[in-house]
Ligand binder design. Structure first.
Ligand SMILES: Nc1ncnc2c1ncn2[C@@H]1O[C@H](COP(=O)(O)OP(=O)(O)OP(=O)(O)O)[C@@H](O)[C@H]1O
Length: 380
């Protein structure tokens, strides 16, 4: 079993600590995606797990083996870790098959040994796995970016690693190829039963491909959870805004409701990192996802008013805080669209609607919030 456990890890360069008491766990066979702004320490964490950097304190355990702890620093080649870098970094003087074979030799090989091993069944199996058997004798210079990344992945898997670290492996690829390759990577890691960590700058990619997502900022892990947890119940407003589109409104908490510029909304208070929950009467920051806003044409609402049943429905919406507004812009993306809205009292919002719910710019609408919202203590 190759579960990864990182405990209380602090790592720095000459300028001082870059990772501060980081905790990360990846269960056996799962893929963890790490996201965070540039410079937050993602690569530093990966390099420390790989043994390329020494930790100042903390522990790293891979499966049953403690590879980093006080006084112990297992050499990178002994950690049974595969590495897939952003630019594939294949050896230009070796063929595709020889590059994969080199990975099998776990860093102890020569070009000559790689040439011999390139003929083995295991190399053939790995090339089949990444769909590149017909290109076995090509030179790296004759491959597309996506093919080179597949070779890098096969090379990383060749040594039978317990853990594969992928550092922005799709960064240089076009969106279609990117989607194909990330699905292939996910499938391959599952098939091989290998635990993985993927660093990516693409939040949507992280949410779609990973079993769990870690959101980092300033050398700390702010939240680690399933994609749904991170998106639906973000630990802080910052996490909410980082992993997806978000509307933030100031409000005041009153019991299980919050008073905001768009009316009183049902609210769930969220504890901050110190465990403090906003108290009754406290100022809060309310999170609304754009898809939680319900937008109805104002003329549809008045047609609805014509029947008693619909009038009751309209009254209920008014109780939920439905407000008058106007659509000021429409960003159409095919399967859905983002509407920019200006409410009568000057508040501006963005609402995501399905393709069938798109209304043209200039349309008068009624806006309400579906369900309850999260209420956070305002961030400093
Ligand atoms: N070799 C180094 N010496 C000194 N400081 C470094 C070194 N490498 C990285 N840093 C600093 O450590 C911090 C974290 O860098 P790191 O590369 O881990 O961030 P990252 O999250 O991977 O960034 P990016 O998304 O831009 O790749 C940054 O402030 C960076 O300037």
């Amino acid at each position: 079993m190759s579960r990864l456990e990182v405990r209380d890890l602090t790592v720095g360069y000459e300028g001082g600590p870059v990772l501060h008491a980081v905790d990360v766990e990846v269960p056996h066979g799962e893929l963890l995606a790490i996201v965070g702004p540039s410079g937050c320490g993602k690569t530093t964490l990966l390099r420390t797990i790989a043994g390329l950097l020494r930790a100042q304190s903390g522990e790293i355990r891979i499966g049953q083996r403690m590879v980093t702890t006080h006084g112990i620093h297992l050499a990178p080649e002994k950690r049974r870790i595969g590495w897939v870098p952003q630019d594939a970094a294949l050896f230009p003087h070796l063929t595709v098959a020889e590059n994969v074979a080199f990975g099998m030799l776990a860093g102890r090989g020569s070009a000559r040994a790689a040439r011999r091993a390139a003929k083995s069944d295991e190399v053939r199996r790995l090339l089949d796995l990444v769909d590149l058997a017909p290109l076995a004798h090509r030179a790296p210079g004759q491959l597309s970016g996506g093919q080179a990344q597949r070779v890098a992945l096969a090379r990383a898997l060749a040594a039978g690693p317990e853990l594969v670290l992928l550092d922005e492996p799709f960064g240089a690829l076009d969106p279609m190829l990117r989607a194909d390759l990330r699905a292939a990577v996910r499938e391959l890691l599952r098939a091989e039963g290998v635990t993985g960590i993927l660093v990516t700058h693409d939040q949507a990619e992280a949410l779609s491909v990973a079993d769990r997502v870690a959101v980092m900022r300033g050398g700390e892990v702010l939240q680690l959870g399933t994609p749904e947890e991170v998106y639906r119940t973000p630990a802080t407003p910052w996490v909410a805004g980082f992993v997806g589109d978000a509307v933030f409104l100031p409000g005041v908490l009153h019991g299980d409701e919050v008073a905001t510029a768009i009316g009183r909304l049902r609210a769930v208070p969220v504890a901050d990192a110190a465990g403090l929950v906003p108290e009754d009467g406290a100022d809060v920051t309310v999170l609304v996802r754009p898809e939680e806003l319900r937008v109805v044409r104002a003329d549809a609402a008045s047609v609805a008013d014509a029947t008693a049943a619909h009038r009751a429905d309209a009254d209920r919406r008014a109780d939920d805080g439905a407000l008058d507004g106007i659509v000021t812009d429409v960003e159409y993306t095919g399967h859905d669209a983002m509407l920019a809205l200006a409410l009568a009292d000057g508040v501006r919002l963005r609402a995501r609607v399905t393709a069938s719910g798109v209304v043209p710019r200039g349309t008068d609408v009624r806006v309400s919030v579906d369900g309850s919202v999260l209420a956070y203590r305002p961030e400093a």
